[in-house]
Design a protein around this ligand. Structure first.
Ligand code: IPM
Ligand code: MN
Length: 362
Protein backbone atom coordinates (compact mmCIF):
# COMPACT_ATOMS: atom_id res chain seq x y z
CA UNK A 1 0.00 0.00 0.00
CA UNK A 2 1.14 3.54 -0.68
CA UNK A 3 0.12 5.97 2.06
CA UNK A 4 0.68 9.69 2.55
CA UNK A 5 1.39 10.60 6.16
CA UNK A 6 1.75 14.16 7.44
CA UNK A 7 4.28 14.37 10.25
CA UNK A 8 3.92 17.11 12.85
CA UNK A 9 6.52 16.45 15.57
CA UNK A 10 5.81 19.74 17.37
CA UNK A 11 7.52 20.82 20.59
CA UNK A 12 9.41 19.46 23.60
CA UNK A 13 9.73 15.69 23.47
CA UNK A 14 7.39 15.59 20.43
CA UNK A 15 10.21 15.25 17.86
CA UNK A 16 12.04 12.52 19.84
CA UNK A 17 9.03 10.28 20.35
CA UNK A 18 7.72 10.85 16.83
CA UNK A 19 11.10 9.79 15.46
CA UNK A 20 10.67 6.40 17.19
CA UNK A 21 7.16 5.99 15.78
CA UNK A 22 8.50 6.74 12.30
CA UNK A 23 11.24 4.18 12.85
CA UNK A 24 8.55 1.62 13.63
CA UNK A 25 6.53 2.63 10.58
CA UNK A 26 9.67 2.12 8.46
CA UNK A 27 9.98 -1.35 9.99
CA UNK A 28 6.37 -2.01 8.96
CA UNK A 29 7.14 -0.82 5.42
CA UNK A 30 10.09 -3.19 5.26
CA UNK A 31 8.35 -6.19 6.78
CA UNK A 32 5.06 -5.87 4.90
CA UNK A 33 6.32 -4.24 1.74
CA UNK A 34 4.41 -0.96 1.95
CA UNK A 35 5.41 2.50 0.90
CA UNK A 36 4.71 5.35 3.28
CA UNK A 37 5.40 8.90 2.12
CA UNK A 38 6.09 11.25 5.04
CA UNK A 39 5.78 15.02 4.76
CA UNK A 40 7.00 16.92 7.79
CA UNK A 41 5.64 20.30 8.87
CA UNK A 42 5.75 22.67 11.83
CA UNK A 43 3.01 23.10 14.43
CA UNK A 44 2.95 24.61 17.91
CA UNK A 45 5.65 26.74 19.52
CA UNK A 46 8.20 25.78 16.90
CA UNK A 47 5.84 27.07 14.20
CA UNK A 48 5.33 30.32 16.16
CA UNK A 49 9.11 30.72 16.31
CA UNK A 50 9.38 30.26 12.56
CA UNK A 51 6.30 32.06 11.28
CA UNK A 52 4.43 33.69 14.18
CA UNK A 53 1.55 31.25 13.62
CA UNK A 54 1.04 28.00 15.63
CA UNK A 55 -0.62 26.42 12.58
CA UNK A 56 0.81 27.94 9.42
CA UNK A 57 -1.25 27.61 6.26
CA UNK A 58 1.46 25.40 4.72
CA UNK A 59 1.11 22.91 7.61
CA UNK A 60 -2.66 22.79 7.27
CA UNK A 61 -2.23 22.18 3.56
CA UNK A 62 0.14 19.25 4.15
CA UNK A 63 -2.39 17.72 6.56
CA UNK A 64 -5.30 18.18 4.16
CA UNK A 65 -3.34 16.54 1.35
CA UNK A 66 -2.38 13.52 3.48
CA UNK A 67 -4.66 10.67 4.39
CA UNK A 68 -3.51 10.69 8.00
CA UNK A 69 -1.53 12.88 10.39
CA UNK A 70 0.97 11.68 12.99
CA UNK A 71 1.31 14.31 15.67
CA UNK A 72 3.93 14.63 18.43
CA UNK A 73 3.15 17.13 21.16
CA UNK A 74 2.84 20.87 21.52
CA UNK A 75 3.33 23.39 24.26
CA UNK A 76 6.16 25.48 25.62
CA UNK A 77 6.50 26.90 29.14
CA UNK A 78 7.31 30.33 27.80
CA UNK A 79 3.62 30.70 26.84
CA UNK A 80 2.02 28.95 29.83
CA UNK A 81 2.38 31.61 32.47
CA UNK A 82 1.76 34.62 30.31
CA UNK A 83 -1.98 35.37 30.44
CA UNK A 84 -1.54 38.19 27.95
CA UNK A 85 0.10 36.02 25.25
CA UNK A 86 -1.82 36.61 22.03
CA UNK A 87 -0.69 33.46 20.27
CA UNK A 88 -0.31 30.11 21.99
CA UNK A 89 0.94 26.77 20.70
CA UNK A 90 -2.30 25.05 21.80
CA UNK A 91 -4.31 27.22 19.40
CA UNK A 92 -2.55 25.39 16.57
CA UNK A 93 -3.76 22.00 17.77
CA UNK A 94 -7.30 23.21 18.37
CA UNK A 95 -7.46 24.81 14.93
CA UNK A 96 -6.10 21.66 13.32
CA UNK A 97 -8.78 19.52 15.02
CA UNK A 98 -11.46 21.93 13.88
CA UNK A 99 -10.20 22.39 10.32
CA UNK A 100 -9.83 18.65 9.77
CA UNK A 101 -13.22 17.98 11.39
CA UNK A 102 -11.79 15.54 13.95
CA UNK A 103 -14.86 15.35 16.17
CA UNK A 104 -14.14 12.02 17.86
CA UNK A 105 -11.11 11.49 20.05
CA UNK A 106 -10.50 7.88 21.03
CA UNK A 107 -8.24 7.20 24.02
CA UNK A 108 -7.81 3.52 24.91
CA UNK A 109 -6.45 2.47 28.27
CA UNK A 110 -5.11 -0.99 28.94
CA UNK A 111 -3.13 -2.09 31.99
CA UNK A 112 -0.18 -4.28 31.03
CA UNK A 113 0.10 -7.29 33.37
CA UNK A 114 3.80 -6.73 34.01
CA UNK A 115 3.19 -3.10 34.99
CA UNK A 116 0.43 -3.49 37.59
CA UNK A 117 2.92 -2.63 40.32
CA UNK A 118 3.72 0.69 38.70
CA UNK A 119 0.15 1.89 39.06
CA UNK A 120 -0.50 4.34 41.90
CA UNK A 121 -3.56 2.17 42.65
CA UNK A 122 -3.43 -1.25 44.27
CA UNK A 123 -2.61 -4.05 41.80
CA UNK A 124 -5.90 -5.90 42.36
CA UNK A 125 -7.82 -2.71 41.53
CA UNK A 126 -6.15 -2.30 38.15
CA UNK A 127 -5.14 -5.77 36.90
CA UNK A 128 -7.09 -6.47 33.73
CA UNK A 129 -8.42 -2.92 33.45
CA UNK A 130 -9.27 -2.14 29.82
CA UNK A 131 -11.51 0.69 28.66
CA UNK A 132 -11.72 3.34 25.97
CA UNK A 133 -12.68 6.97 26.23
CA UNK A 134 -14.64 8.64 23.41
CA UNK A 135 -14.10 12.34 23.90
CA UNK A 136 -15.93 14.92 21.75
CA UNK A 137 -13.18 17.07 20.27
CA UNK A 138 -14.47 19.96 18.18
CA UNK A 139 -17.26 21.47 20.29
CA UNK A 140 -18.24 22.56 23.78
CA UNK A 141 -16.51 25.11 25.93
CA UNK A 142 -13.24 24.79 24.02
CA UNK A 143 -14.76 26.31 20.92
CA UNK A 144 -17.61 28.49 22.28
CA UNK A 145 -17.56 32.26 22.19
CA UNK A 146 -15.03 33.80 24.58
CA UNK A 147 -15.32 37.27 26.05
CA UNK A 148 -13.26 39.55 28.23
CA UNK A 149 -14.71 42.83 29.44
CA UNK A 150 -12.93 46.04 28.40
CA UNK A 151 -11.51 46.55 31.88
CA UNK A 152 -10.29 42.94 31.93
CA UNK A 153 -12.18 41.97 35.10
CA UNK A 154 -14.94 39.72 33.70
CA UNK A 155 -14.44 36.77 31.35
CA UNK A 156 -16.67 34.09 29.87
CA UNK A 157 -16.46 30.90 27.78
CA UNK A 158 -19.63 29.58 26.21
CA UNK A 159 -20.36 25.85 26.23
CA UNK A 160 -22.63 24.94 23.35
CA UNK A 161 -23.61 21.60 21.78
CA UNK A 162 -26.04 20.65 19.04
CA UNK A 163 -27.91 17.36 18.60
CA UNK A 164 -25.89 16.79 15.46
CA UNK A 165 -22.55 17.13 17.26
CA UNK A 166 -23.67 14.77 20.02
CA UNK A 167 -25.28 12.25 17.68
CA UNK A 168 -22.30 11.65 15.40
CA UNK A 169 -19.88 10.78 18.21
CA UNK A 170 -22.56 8.83 20.09
CA UNK A 171 -22.89 6.48 17.12
CA UNK A 172 -19.13 5.96 17.08
CA UNK A 173 -19.10 5.17 20.80
CA UNK A 174 -22.06 2.79 20.64
CA UNK A 175 -20.45 0.92 17.73
CA UNK A 176 -17.24 0.60 19.73
CA UNK A 177 -19.13 -0.67 22.79
CA UNK A 178 -21.01 -3.18 20.64
CA UNK A 179 -17.67 -4.57 19.45
CA UNK A 180 -16.26 -4.66 23.00
CA UNK A 181 -17.93 -5.51 26.30
CA UNK A 182 -21.25 -3.85 25.43
CA UNK A 183 -21.32 -1.20 28.09
CA UNK A 184 -21.41 2.54 27.47
CA UNK A 185 -21.11 5.13 30.22
CA UNK A 186 -22.03 8.72 29.44
CA UNK A 187 -20.18 11.14 31.71
CA UNK A 188 -21.86 14.51 32.16
CA UNK A 189 -23.13 17.04 34.66
CA UNK A 190 -26.83 16.76 33.86
CA UNK A 191 -27.81 17.87 37.36
CA UNK A 192 -26.46 21.33 36.51
CA UNK A 193 -25.78 21.86 32.81
CA UNK A 194 -28.32 22.26 30.01
CA UNK A 195 -25.81 20.89 27.48
CA UNK A 196 -25.46 17.74 29.60
CA UNK A 197 -29.22 17.25 29.60
CA UNK A 198 -29.18 17.47 25.81
CA UNK A 199 -26.37 14.87 25.75
CA UNK A 200 -28.47 12.51 27.89
CA UNK A 201 -31.53 12.95 25.70
CA UNK A 202 -29.70 12.38 22.41
CA UNK A 203 -27.56 9.52 23.67
CA UNK A 204 -30.57 7.76 25.23
CA UNK A 205 -32.47 8.03 21.96
CA UNK A 206 -29.55 6.73 19.89
CA UNK A 207 -29.09 3.92 22.40
CA UNK A 208 -32.44 2.49 21.29
CA UNK A 209 -30.73 1.47 18.03
CA UNK A 210 -28.09 -0.44 20.00
CA UNK A 211 -30.19 -2.67 22.27
CA UNK A 212 -27.25 -4.99 22.97
CA UNK A 213 -25.31 -2.14 24.62
CA UNK A 214 -26.06 -1.34 28.27
CA UNK A 215 -26.10 2.44 28.72
CA UNK A 216 -25.49 4.13 32.03
CA UNK A 217 -24.80 7.67 33.23
CA UNK A 218 -22.38 9.17 35.70
CA UNK A 219 -22.00 12.74 36.84
CA UNK A 220 -18.46 13.84 36.14
CA UNK A 221 -17.55 14.43 39.80
CA UNK A 222 -18.68 10.92 40.70
CA UNK A 223 -16.94 9.55 37.58
CA UNK A 224 -13.65 11.08 38.73
CA UNK A 225 -14.05 9.20 41.99
CA UNK A 226 -15.18 5.93 40.37
CA UNK A 227 -12.13 6.04 38.10
CA UNK A 228 -9.97 5.59 41.20
CA UNK A 229 -12.29 3.39 43.26
CA UNK A 230 -13.14 0.87 40.58
CA UNK A 231 -11.70 1.55 37.14
CA UNK A 232 -12.57 -1.97 35.95
CA UNK A 233 -16.28 -1.05 35.82
CA UNK A 234 -15.73 0.88 32.57
CA UNK A 235 -15.88 -0.39 29.01
CA UNK A 236 -16.56 2.59 26.72
CA UNK A 237 -16.84 6.08 28.17
CA UNK A 238 -18.51 8.81 26.13
CA UNK A 239 -18.16 12.43 27.14
CA UNK A 240 -17.93 16.02 26.02
CA UNK A 241 -14.73 17.87 25.22
CA UNK A 242 -13.66 19.37 28.56
CA UNK A 243 -14.75 16.46 30.77
CA UNK A 244 -12.95 14.11 28.38
CA UNK A 245 -9.76 16.12 28.65
CA UNK A 246 -9.77 15.90 32.44
CA UNK A 247 -11.00 12.33 32.82
CA UNK A 248 -8.47 11.01 30.31
CA UNK A 249 -5.51 12.47 32.20
CA UNK A 250 -6.87 10.87 35.33
CA UNK A 251 -7.32 7.55 33.53
CA UNK A 252 -3.85 7.72 32.04
CA UNK A 253 -2.05 7.15 35.33
CA UNK A 254 -3.95 3.94 36.10
CA UNK A 255 -1.64 1.98 33.80
CA UNK A 256 1.50 3.26 35.47
CA UNK A 257 2.59 5.94 33.03
CA UNK A 258 0.94 8.57 30.87
CA UNK A 259 3.72 7.72 28.43
CA UNK A 260 1.81 4.63 27.31
CA UNK A 261 -1.42 6.22 26.13
CA UNK A 262 -2.13 6.73 22.46
CA UNK A 263 -5.05 8.43 20.79
CA UNK A 264 -6.85 8.69 17.50
CA UNK A 265 -8.83 11.73 16.44
CA UNK A 266 -11.19 10.99 13.62
CA UNK A 267 -13.84 12.71 11.57
CA UNK A 268 -15.62 12.01 8.32
CA UNK A 269 -12.51 12.50 6.20
CA UNK A 270 -9.21 13.04 7.95
CA UNK A 271 -7.66 11.37 10.97
CA UNK A 272 -4.85 12.29 13.32
CA UNK A 273 -2.90 10.13 15.75
CA UNK A 274 -1.06 11.43 18.78
CA UNK A 275 0.13 10.45 22.23
CA UNK A 276 -2.08 11.88 24.94
CA UNK A 277 0.92 13.18 26.91
CA UNK A 278 2.10 16.73 26.47
CA UNK A 279 5.42 18.18 25.35
CA UNK A 280 7.19 17.50 28.70
CA UNK A 281 9.71 20.32 28.09
CA UNK A 282 11.86 19.39 31.11
CA UNK A 283 12.49 16.01 29.49
CA UNK A 284 13.25 17.25 25.99
CA UNK A 285 16.62 16.33 24.49
CA UNK A 286 17.51 13.97 27.36
CA UNK A 287 16.58 10.72 25.65
CA UNK A 288 14.29 9.79 28.56
CA UNK A 289 10.82 10.28 27.06
CA UNK A 290 8.70 7.17 26.67
CA UNK A 291 8.11 6.63 22.93
CA UNK A 292 5.46 3.93 23.43
CA UNK A 293 2.45 6.29 23.33
CA UNK A 294 3.66 7.63 20.00
CA UNK A 295 4.38 4.14 18.66
CA UNK A 296 0.93 2.93 19.74
CA UNK A 297 -0.54 6.00 18.04
CA UNK A 298 1.16 4.78 14.86
CA UNK A 299 -0.47 1.39 15.38
CA UNK A 300 -3.89 3.08 15.66
CA UNK A 301 -3.04 4.87 12.41
CA UNK A 302 -2.36 1.53 10.73
CA UNK A 303 -5.65 0.12 11.99
CA UNK A 304 -7.46 3.18 10.70
CA UNK A 305 -6.17 2.68 7.14
CA UNK A 306 -7.13 -0.99 7.20
CA UNK A 307 -3.71 -2.46 7.98
CA UNK A 308 -4.94 -4.55 10.91
CA UNK A 309 -2.21 -7.20 10.82
CA UNK A 310 0.47 -4.52 10.67
CA UNK A 311 -1.13 -2.70 13.62
CA UNK A 312 -1.31 -5.91 15.63
CA UNK A 313 2.37 -6.58 14.92
CA UNK A 314 3.32 -3.15 16.25
CA UNK A 315 1.29 -3.81 19.40
CA UNK A 316 2.91 -7.22 19.81
CA UNK A 317 6.35 -5.59 19.53
CA UNK A 318 5.36 -3.06 22.22
CA UNK A 319 4.11 -5.91 24.44
CA UNK A 320 7.48 -7.61 24.01
CA UNK A 321 9.41 -4.47 25.02
CA UNK A 322 7.25 -4.08 28.12
CA UNK A 323 7.51 -7.76 29.05
CA UNK A 324 11.28 -7.70 28.67
CA UNK A 325 11.47 -4.44 30.60
CA UNK A 326 13.02 -2.59 27.65
CA UNK A 327 11.39 0.62 28.80
CA UNK A 328 12.28 4.23 29.64
CA UNK A 329 12.89 5.51 33.20
CA UNK A 330 9.21 6.46 33.79
CA UNK A 331 8.54 2.70 33.91
CA UNK A 332 11.88 1.47 35.13
CA UNK A 333 13.94 4.10 36.97
CA UNK A 334 16.81 1.63 37.38
CA UNK A 335 16.94 0.60 33.75
CA UNK A 336 19.28 2.03 31.19
CA UNK A 337 17.13 2.24 28.10
CA UNK A 338 16.63 5.61 26.50
CA UNK A 339 13.97 6.81 24.08
CA UNK A 340 15.88 5.70 21.01
CA UNK A 341 16.92 2.30 22.40
CA UNK A 342 13.30 1.50 23.16
CA UNK A 343 12.39 2.68 19.65
CA UNK A 344 15.12 0.51 18.11
CA UNK A 345 14.06 -2.53 20.10
CA UNK A 346 10.41 -2.18 19.07
CA UNK A 347 11.29 -1.52 15.41
CA UNK A 348 13.51 -4.62 15.27
CA UNK A 349 10.85 -6.66 17.03
CA UNK A 350 8.30 -5.68 14.39
CA UNK A 351 10.50 -7.23 11.70
CA UNK A 352 11.30 -10.28 13.87
CA UNK A 353 7.71 -10.97 14.87
CA UNK A 354 6.57 -10.66 11.28
CA UNK A 355 9.25 -13.03 10.00
CA UNK A 356 8.42 -15.52 12.71
CA UNK A 357 4.70 -15.45 11.90
CA UNK A 358 5.28 -15.73 8.14
CA UNK A 359 7.72 -18.58 8.76
CA UNK A 360 5.13 -20.43 10.86
CA UNK A 361 2.51 -19.87 8.17
CA UNK A 362 4.53 -21.68 5.52
C1 IPM B 1 -5.10 17.10 25.04
C2 IPM B 1 -4.40 18.39 25.44
C3 IPM B 1 -5.02 19.53 24.64
C4 IPM B 1 -6.48 19.62 25.02
C5 IPM B 1 -4.32 20.89 24.83
C6 IPM B 1 -2.85 20.81 24.52
C7 IPM B 1 -4.99 21.96 24.01
O1 IPM B 1 -4.47 18.61 26.80
O2 IPM B 1 -5.04 16.73 23.85
O3 IPM B 1 -5.67 16.46 25.91
O4 IPM B 1 -6.83 20.25 26.02
O5 IPM B 1 -7.30 19.06 24.29
MN1 MN C 1 -5.38 16.96 27.92
Amino acid sequence: MELKIALLPGDGIGPEVTEQAVKCLHAVEEAFNHHFVFTEAHAGAIAIDHTGDPLPEATLQVCKESKVVLFGAIGDPKYDNDPSAKVRPEQGLLKLRKELGLFTNIRPLKVYPSLVDRSPLRPEKVAGCDFTIYRELTGGIYFGKKTLSDDGTVASDLCEYSEKEIGRIAHMAFKAAKARNKKLTLIDKANVLETSRLWRKVVTRIGESYPEVALDFLFVDNAAMQMILNPKQFDVILTENMFGDIISDEASVIGGSIGLLASASVGDGHAMFEPIHGSFPEGAGKNIANPIASILSASMLLDHVGLAEEAATVRAAVDKAIEKNVVTPDLNPDGNYGTDQVGDFIAHSIVDIHEHISFNDE
